[in-house]
Design a protein around this ligand. Structure first.
Ligand SMILES: C[S@@+](CC[C@H](N)C(=O)[O-])C[C@H]1O[C@@H](n2cnc3c(N)ncnc32)[C@H](O)[C@@H]1O
Length: 308
């Protein structure tokens, strides 16, 4: 496990008691935390958000960049121990169905929770000892945080909770929570259209269907762009019968071509935002090459077309 001091860190990794503690017996950092809460004019015992927010913190992340830790410093979220269950919605990579508007009553009554850990270390999380009855994945949404900006599915903790609130139709809670982060409200702007679509769904299946339709639309737009880029390439190349390597292309222009290539390649993600190798795409390229070879016109020494 990494450095830090979350509730779910093994004991031998914890710093020794004595010198890092302040006058009230709390850690110096905890004292800072109390100061931060005091700035807001609240005490820790009082719930500062309209519903309960909780997290299992595995201390994998840099505390300065960790949105869960910031929510904790603000007194908005409480930490849970391994072995503790949560009654509300548990937004988790271990979920089987997605958050949906029908979850609203559960969230309003029991709140929402997340698993504060590193995306790269999910295999270290004892998912059988945390969670609850209502574990959920989030449908396709794009991160706006500074670490994973533009990346689908990989939201940080505050984005994940805000996304859950937005989907169940509590945009007020979503923006309240995100307003504590400089980039926060950008998350709602970036995903505005899609969030509205999810809000108009009912159960998990209908959200899943809306997600699939959205992804299909993205794929089609991508293919259209790819086609446009190919057409532009042909237009810019002039005589398409001339072989590429006989053209006098400068390094700069070649770089330009590479960029078009990467833009035009469709990228597919799995549920956790990992890029899936596009087999389909490779097969398409192979077929395209074969077709090109098939269509290449060959001439004999007298200029007659040779059919192969
Ligand atoms: C892996 S942690 C990373 C936290 C990050 N270090 C931060 O600063 O907040 C993000 C957590 O948000 C929730 N989450 C984010 N995106 C999710 C998704 N697409 N499906 C399910 N849970 C998600 C999960 O609880 C996940 O463990």
């Amino acid at each position: 496990m990494g450095k830090g001091k979350g509730k779910n860190k093994p004991n031998d990794d914890r710093p020794s008691k004595s010198k890092h503690r302040g006058a009230n017996g709390h850690h110096i950092r905890q004292n800072n935390k109390h100061m931060e809460i005091k700035q807001y004019g609240h005490s820790k015992s009082k719930q500062l958000f309209p519903v309960k927010l909780a997290m299992w913190d595995f201390d994998h992340c840099d505390p300065k960049r960790c949105s869960g830790k910031k929510l904790e410093r603000l007194g908005l979220i409480t930490s849970l121990k391994v072995g503790q269950r949560f009654q509300g919605i548990v937004i988790s990579p271990n979920g089987k169905s997605v958050v949906c508007p029908n979850d609203r009553s559960i969230v309003e009554k029991y709140g929402a929770s997340v698993v504060e850990c590193s995306w790269a270390r999910l295999d270290e999380i004892p998912f059988n000892k945390i969670g609850g009855k209502h574990e959920r994945l989030l449908p396709y949404l794009v991160a706006a945080n500074q670490v994973n900006y533009g990346r689908p599915w990989r939201l940080n903790c505050v984005e994940a909770i805000a996304a859950c609130f937005a989907i169940i139709g509590r945009m007020d809670w979503a923006s309240d929570l995100l307003s504590h982060f400089s980039w926060g409200l950008g998350f709602l702007e970036l995903n505005n259209e899609l969030l509205q679509i999810y809000q108009n769904c009912t159960d998990s299946e209908s959200v899943k269907k809306a997600e699939e339709e959205w992804l299909l639309k993205l794929k089609e737009e991508n293919q259209k762009r790819k086609q446009e880029v190919q057409n532009t390439d042909i237009w810019m190349m002039g005589n398409v019968n001339r072989k590429m390597n006989s053209l006098n292309i400068s390094d700069e222009e070649e770089e330009e071509d590479d960029r078009f290539e990467s833009i035009s390649k469709p990228v597919k993600y799995d549920n956790l935002g990992n890029i899936i190798e596009e087999r389909e795409c490779e097969v398409e390229e192979e077929e395209e090459k074969e077709r090109e070879e098939e269509w290449e016109i060959k001439y004999d020494s007298l200029g007659n077309i040779v059919t192969s």
